[in-house]
Design a protein around this ligand. Sequence first.
Ligand code: ADP
Length: 163
Amino acid sequence: MRIAICPGSFDPVTIGHVDIFERASTMFDELIISVFVNPGKDRAMFSMEQRVAMIEKATKHIPNVKVTCFSGLLSDFCLQNKANFIVRGLRAFSDFENEFQRALLLKKINPNLETVFMMTNAQYSCISSSGVRELVYFNGKLDGLIPKCIEKDIAAYIEAGKK
Ligand code: ADP
């Protein structure tokens, strides 16, 4: 059984992420999407539970996907889930440097782990969670950036956070 992990902050999930999930799901028997704490990104906009709930909604149509969260080492999570593959998306050359280092470090920790890179869909290359967070912060429109089915949830989470 080929099990792959798709790790990320997903704060929040975008249509660029969902495109990667859809494409990666056809390559593996099971795709586990996991929200991770990224120590390099200091402040999250949405809680881990909110991020998981939004991804679950946005991936309902993909049968071999499981969504969860983990605060620990990715290599430990892979071992626990018997996964030998990690899927990461690449949008631009600027993503490459960081992703390359991560993949090499993971390989050093566990030589059985293969990182698979998937090129972004050209129409989504400019979409990032940080861009979405900026728009949310300044009440900008999120059309065509996040899955339609989570638009209301985002608005509700932001409203609840103000109270
Ligand atoms: P992280 O904090 O781990 O970088 P992100 O949620 O920002 O988490 O991204 C998760 C993965 O999705 C990364 O591999 C990132 O390069 C990829 N990704 C983000 N946005 C897009 C997009 N628009 N198209 C393709 N891949 C993307």
